[in-house]
Design a protein around this ligand. Structure first.
Ligand SMILES: [Fe+2]
Length: 270
């Protein structure tokens, strides 16, 4: 499995506090069946913060050396979780290469937890026009997306991807988030599952248990794709093979009862 979103680098944000925690998180991920993790520290939460950005590659190298010493079989790639703001486009344009996932066109976008900016659609349009593909981080935790799934539908229909947290499907953020995550799955609004791991204790970098829960809703092949071939395509700057057409929540109440996506493009399951 590939964990596309994890705060595993030491001392950069509210994730691992030091290298010992980073190594412990890596051990947990590896034992869970994760082979590659993308380090995605928070950036721009407190305004343009280039200091974290300049440290990501070096911290990744330090962690890779520590994992080799500890004989932990986990590959670490670079990325970031980019906080959405009114200045988003300018910030992204100037630092694009250090913000995207592993040098690809894919860019993790974190919305504030309680709203989605009115101009988000226009900014996403511009990002896509400039060859960047936004990945919306954990939309199930955002109260605006919870109340108005059609907001997410519009962004996904435009070409964005959405990543749900593994912990959301296990009730780790409460029943509202779990129900929202499940409904987004049924509406084909989620294509990726990642841990958003922050520590070796509470928000751990595990995926396997969530995949089992997701499989009950969309079937095993789709669930597995969301932690294997789809994140692999992101890392390799390709097209995720599992990408069923999103269902408009405002026009199809019945769609919430669909258990398996009708359009299934997965070809390369491994
Ligand atoms: Fe995160």
């Amino acid at each position: 499995m590939i964990d596309l979103h994890c705060h595993i680098l030491p001392g950069l944000d509210d994730g691992a506090v030091d290298m010992a925690e980073s190594v412990e998180m890596a051990r947990i991920a590896s034992e869970d069946g994760v082979r590659t993790v993308v380090a995605t520290p928070h950036v721009f939460r407190d305004g343009p913060d280039s200091q974290v950005l300049s440290l990501i590659a070096g911290k990744r190298d330090e962690l890779a050396e520590a994992l080799a010493r500890e004989k932990i079989d986990l590959e670490v790639r670079c990325g970031a979780e980019v906080y959405f703001s009114h200045e988003f486009l300018d910030e992204v344009r100037g630092k694009r290469n250090r913000l995207v996932v592993n040098g690809s066109a894919y860019l993790f976008v974190e919305f504030p937890s309680d709203h989605v900016y009115a101009g988000a659609r226009d900014i996403f349009f511009n990002l896509l026009n400039e060859g960047l593909i936004p990945i919306i981080a954990h939309p199930e935790r955002n109260t605006s997306f919870q109340k108005e799934p059609s907001l997410l539908f519009e962004l996904v229909r435009m070409g964005a991807l959405a990543q749900a947290n593994s912990r959301s499907f296990l009730g780790g953020y409460g029943s509202r988030v779990r129900e929202t995550a499940e409904s987004f799955l049924r509406l084909n609004l989620v294509q990726l599952i990642a841990s958003d791991g922050h520590s070796p204790r509470n928000r751990t970098p595990r995926l396997k248990a969530a995949v089992a829960e997701v499989a009950k809703i969309v079937g095993e092949r789709a669930a597995v794709a969301m932690v294997t071939v789809n994140p692999e395509a992101v890392i390799k700057d390709g097209e995720p093979p599992y990408r069923p057409d999103p269902i408009d929540p405002s026009t199809s109440k019945k769609s919430l009862k669909i258990s398996v996506p009708s359009i299934f493009k997965l070809k390369n399951r491994r």
